[in-house]
Design a protein around this ligand. Structure first.
Ligand code: MLT
Length: 411
């Protein structure tokens, strides 16, 4: 009899978002007339930028002509896309990132999980609490943790609590950790990190030989000019950080799928024999073995993000969702709720009213207003008593959702 990876049995029920979808579907079945508004998973709703669509249509035509047809592409991604990313996303902000250090992929969710393939099994791993659940669950699957306690904390992980008291930015740990996941602008809290704050992490990582796994999937939502968009804006980060970026939230590619991971060639990890090994080489080996690249059509669509028209259209899309976030922040504040985030991020993090648990508030909101959000406890034990509202929806739905919440919850 084939055996299984028992680590999967340590995981809590289902992955957060499918679990929410399951509960919402059950509610919809018993309440077929309910007009449900989904502000749960951070999935975009507005059409793809015209520049991206035009580029993809042209790419389909390329595939219809033997002279321009493409078969397998380079596993790392086409150089014409990587060059544009390197110059416009990184070098333009003073980051010394070369196109050769960029790997195009089909998602940051996949990459933040897959990256564990190149790390050893005896690293001490730190995550914030609350945190994007993929970081925790993929470590559980990889066997990097023990079992979960009743609060849902996995033995072996170092949890760094984030709350309003520390501006949702974790303190530097007192112990040595080898891998640290940081996400800014933060999912789920919408918090941001200053350059000085990130410098403390880069200095910590460089002095301990640690690697920062920096998730910048929401960088396009930064509105405050002094905030860093990339960890590589911080001196020393080339020696200690891997950065993940995505086209999902800025250009609306959640269904189209395109992302990138930056692995500087200066980054090393220790082999069992004590030698230093370039992480770039390992990730390149991993990707060229287990991944065949993102489709030519999609990479042409992503490339169009960097055209003049594309830049304007992406900016408009991000501004649209940020305006939604502003409406949500203002209306929830008006309802008397304590809210955080939503200024440099598409997420609003709120304290549940009347000390309701996160899931109780989820049920109450769904039943009384037919609005779906995300329970804070789904992001970790310290998220209990909090709730996340996503700004990804039409203006009409956001306005309607806020109207319903004000009617039911205004104190
Ligand atoms: C979220 O809602 O947290 C995101 O949609 C998750 C993701 O991008 O995978």
């Amino acid at each position: 009899m084939a055996t299984i990876n028992d680590n999967y049995l340590k995981l809590k029920a289902g992955y957060l978002f499918p679990e929410i979808a399951r509960r919402v579907n059950a509610f919809a079945q018993t309440n077929p007339d309910a007009s449900i508004i989904k502000l749960g998973i951070g999935d975009v709703t507005e059409p793809l930028p015209e520049a991206c669509r035009t580029a993809m249509i042209k790419a389909v035509e390329d595939m219809g002509d033997r002279a321009t047809f493409k078969g397998y592409g380079p596993e790392q991604g086409y150089s014409w896309l990587r060059e544009k990313i390197a110059t416009q996303d990184f070098q333009a902000r003073g980051c010394e990132i070369d196109a050769g250090e960029i790997f195009i992929s089909d998602g940051s969710k996949c990459d933040t999980g897959n990256i564990l393939d190149i790390f050893g099994s005896n690293n001490t791993i730190a995550v914030t609490d609350p945190v994007y659940p993929v970081y925790v669950d993929t470590n559980v699957m990889a066997g990097n943790t023990g079992s979960a306690n009743d609060a849902g904390e996995f033995e072996g992980l170092v949890y760094l609590p984030i709350s309003a008291e520390n501006n949702f930015t974790a303190e530097i740990p007192s112990q040595k950790v080898d891998l640290i996941y940081l996400c800014f602008p933060n999912n789920p809290t919408g918090a941001t990190a200053s350059k000085d704050y990130l410098k403390t992490w880069v200095d910590y990582a460089n002095s301990h030989g640690s690697i920062i796994l920096f998730d910048a999937a929401y960088e396009a939502f930064i509105t405050e000019p002094d905030l860093p968009h990339s960890i590589y804006e911080i001196e020393g980060a080339r020696n200690c950080a891997i950065e993940f970026r995505s086209f999902s939230k800025n250009a609306g590619f959640t269904g189209t799928r395109c992302a990138l991971t930056v692995v500087p060639k200066t980054l090393t990890g220790k082999a069992a024999d004590g030698s230093d090994v370039e992480l770039w080489k390992l990730w390149n080996r991993r990707q060229s073995t287990k991944f065949n690249g993102v489709s030519y059509l999609v990479q042409r669509g992503a490339e169009a993000v960097y055209s003049e028209a594309g830049q304007g259209q992406v900016k408009a899309l991000v501004s649209f969702y940020l305006e939604n976030a502003k409406i949500i922040r203002e209306q929830l504040t008006e309802a008397g709720l304590a809210v955080y985030g939503g200024i440099n991020a598409p997420y609003i993090w709120l304290k549940t009213p009347n000390e309701l648990s996160s899931w109780d508030f989820f049920d109450k909101l769904l039943q009384t207003t037919n609005i779906v959000g995300t329970p804070g406890s789904g992001f970790g034990a310290a998220g209990e008593g909090y709730f996340r509202i996503s700004a990804f929806n039409s203006r009409e739905n956001v306005n309607e959702a806020m109207k319903r919440i004000l009617e039911k919850f205004k104190v």
